[in-house]
Design a protein around this ligand. Structure first.
Ligand code: MN
Length: 302
């Protein structure tokens, strides 16, 4: 099932080129008072939501997919975990390019030495807000990554059990300002974590380790690889992350980017595709424009 969040927080099922509006399924979720849970309530209740969706779908109103504004399929993740240098050929390109490694020795070590890092949850956005470049004088890069959405709480999860903790998958963009600062700082401005175009539930992807992924900018191919080349695959990343943090429903793991990273600038259109997941189509703006779009004062989709 392909689940999207669209327009004013509506819930949809994507079928071909239409979206079936199943927002009423959210009524199965419990209501909360302050303080709210620190995890995503829809993902925590996904089983009940999906059960209600199956009864709603036959009578659900349809809208054209091209007419909706897609938001991040996960609204309130508790954390965004990310893997650095998790494809060997990306590590190779980082090592030889000072514009990428910025003379920070921490940028050229292996993932086994570097561990994982966190991106601010406030950086999360869906495809139709667009990427708002906030430091126009610096190099800002695209990084296409398979994104894993955790479905249930777990700690010290073994790699053998790991995939049973996955709710689904999405295309992720880990937008990055190159430079000497810590990764979490350079990768956490608003809109620098793009997730979408929707969530594909885990039952549709039995093996996340065999997926082609690619990214183009203005129609020109930049990144092309397959998740079989991940140094730490999805089960190993869940094992590693959960050995440091309890994982909660809605937590997102950005699994790392393959080779071919390159700069983006306002006016660009980035298309990132992952096999069996879908294509994320994102426009790049200067930050002020993206913020205006966020507030609904500028049409983000032409
Ligand atoms: Mn990355």
């Amino acid at each position: 099932m392909r689940l999207c969040r669209f327009n004013e927080n509506r819930l949809g099922v994507v079928e071909g080129d239409v979206v079936k509006d199943v927002t009423m399924a959210l009524e199965v979720l419990p209501s909360f008072r302050y303080p709210l849970p620190g995890h995503d309530m829809m993902i925590a209740g996904l089983e009940a939501v999906r059960h209600r969706i199956t009864t709603l779908l036959p009578g659900a109103p349809s809208v054209p997919l091209a007419s909706v504004r897609l938001l991040s399929p996960v609204a309130n993740p508790g954390k965004l975990v990310a893997a650095p240098v998790n494809y060997q050929k990306h590590l190779d390109e980082v090592k030889v390019d000072a514009a990428i490694h910025a003379n920070n020795p921490g940028h050229t070590i292996t993932i086994q030495s570097a561990g994982l890092f966190l991106k601010a949850t406030s950086s999360l956005t869906g495809q139709d807000t667009g990427i708002g470049v906030c430091k126009l004088e610096r190099r800002t890069d695209h990084e296409v990554e398979l994104a894993v959405v955790i479905g249930r709480r777990g700690r010290n999860i073994s790699r053998d059990e790991a995939l049973s903790y996955v709710a689904g998958y999405a295309v992720g963009l880990d937008v990055t300002i190159r430079g000497s600062e810590d990764r979490s700082f350079r990768k956490s401005p608003d809109t620098y974590s793009v997730l979408g175009p929707w969530l594909v539930t885990a039952d549709e992807i039995p093996d996340p380790g065999v997926l082609d992924l690619e990214l183009s900018v203005n129609g020109e191919g930049r990144q092309k690889s397959n998740t079989r080349y991940l140094i730490l695959g999805v089960p190993e990343l869940i094992e590693l992350a959960s050995s440091f943090y309890t994982l909660y429903p809605g937590d997102v793991i950005f699994t790392g980017t393959p080779e071919g990273v390159s700069p983006i600038q306002p006016g660009d259109e980035v298309v990132a595709t992952i096999e069996r997941v879908g294509s994320l189509r994102v426009r790049v703006h200067a930050a002020e424009v993206a913020h205006a779009a966020d507030a609904g004062t500028v049409a983000a989709r032409s």
